[in-house]
Design a protein around this ligand. Structure first.
Ligand code: AMP
Ligand code: MN
Ligand code: MN
Ligand code: MN
Length: 286
């Protein structure tokens, strides 16, 4: 194995089982072509693609960890918790994720009604055309529809103008609790990781509470190097990992060749002084 922190691990990306545009097989092929040595596919609130992803990784001669990214509501904000190395057949985890997905269709209908009020018609049907998994309609699918229909030039413009808090297409939603998400992952023998902490609009106190409560519930890791962080945030969250005694993860958060800024396997290595999350998962690497 490569020295532990310079292993090309990409432990965060999405397939069309959630809001990515590629199949698990196409993602595995792309990851391998980009030099990824250890891969995890982490669809939102869904582990239905895990056996396919593991088989595709094996076919590519690439090591694999099971993965997911759970939507959580904490202090009124949506926070994402990545799970790695769990048993994908664990019934409690599957049920927890099913419950978390449960409100998405109704929320999507409310989003469409809200967009109709500002003149954007038929957004529910429009978004559905981009959906690979009927239980997993997300804001990303609405954004793709609104780019396709010419309402906005690109996905980030859609989020800026329509799909974020205070904007006409935004519908608040209550996701899983932090405690439940961490417990589902941990009880399925996986490791819970705070995804892209630099993206949340928390005050310093709220962020401290997130890390402290996450740790108290049994969470063990934090994404330090992710496609959502700046170089400065790599340093900031490396320090947070040390402060809270968390292991570090690395992942592109790749969604689509046309949309993602960061391709699979293309991020800088984790800072050498941190313990990488895969050091705790050696027996769960497939
Ligand atoms: P949802 O789970 O339906 O709330 O959708 C969340 C997803 O929207 C995230 O996982 C991202 O893929 C995407 N997203 C959120 N904010 C942005 C943004 N500013 N630009 C592009 N994509 C975003
Ligand atoms: Mn996404
Ligand atoms: Mn996320
Ligand atoms: Mn993600």
């Amino acid at each position: 194995m490569t020295a532990k922190s310079i292993l090309n691990a990409d432990l965060h990306c999405h397939s069309l089982v959630s809001d990515g545009t590629l199949t698990p097989e196409a993602l595995a092929e792309r990851a391998k072509a980009n030099g990824v040595e250890l891969w995890a596919m982490t669809d939102h609130d869904e582990i239905d693609g895990q056996h396919r992803a593991a088989a595709a990784a094996k076919a590519q001669g690439m090591r694999y960890l099971s993965g997911t990214e759970i939507s959580v509501t904490f202090a009124g904000e949506t926070v994402h918790i990545v799970g790695l190395g769990f048993d994908p057949d664990d019934a409690r985890l599957q049920q927890g994720l099913r419950n978390t997905r449960g409100g998405r269709e109704q929320r999507a209908m409310q989003m469409a009604a809200s967009l109709a009020k500002v003149g954007i018609q038929d957004a529910f049907e429009g978004a559905l055309k981009f959906v690979g998994n009927p239980e997993l309609i997300s804001r990303t699918h609405f954004a793709r529809f609104m780019v396709e229909s010419g309402v906005c030039r690109d996905i980030s413009e859609v989020f800026r103008k329509y799909l974020t808090e205070g904007k006409p297409g935004y519908v608040p939603h209550r996701w899983a609790t932090l405690r439940d998400a961490v417990n589902w992952i941990t009880e399925a023998h996986g490791i819970a990781v705070i995804a892209h902490p630099g993206r949340y609009k928390f005050t310093a106190n709220e962020e401290y509470a997130l890390f402290a409560e996450f740790k108290a519930h049994g969470g063990l890791g934090v994404e330090v190097v992710t496609g959502s962080h700046t170089a400065q945030e790599y340093l900031k969250y490396a320090e947070t990992a040390r402060e809270f005694g968390l292991v570090a993860s690395r992942g592109s958060d790749f969604h689509s060749p046309d949309e993602s800024r960061t391709d699979l396997g293309m991020l800088p290595c984790l800072p050498g002084e941190l313990t990488p999350v895969w050091a705790l998962l050696a027996d769960r690497i497939q």
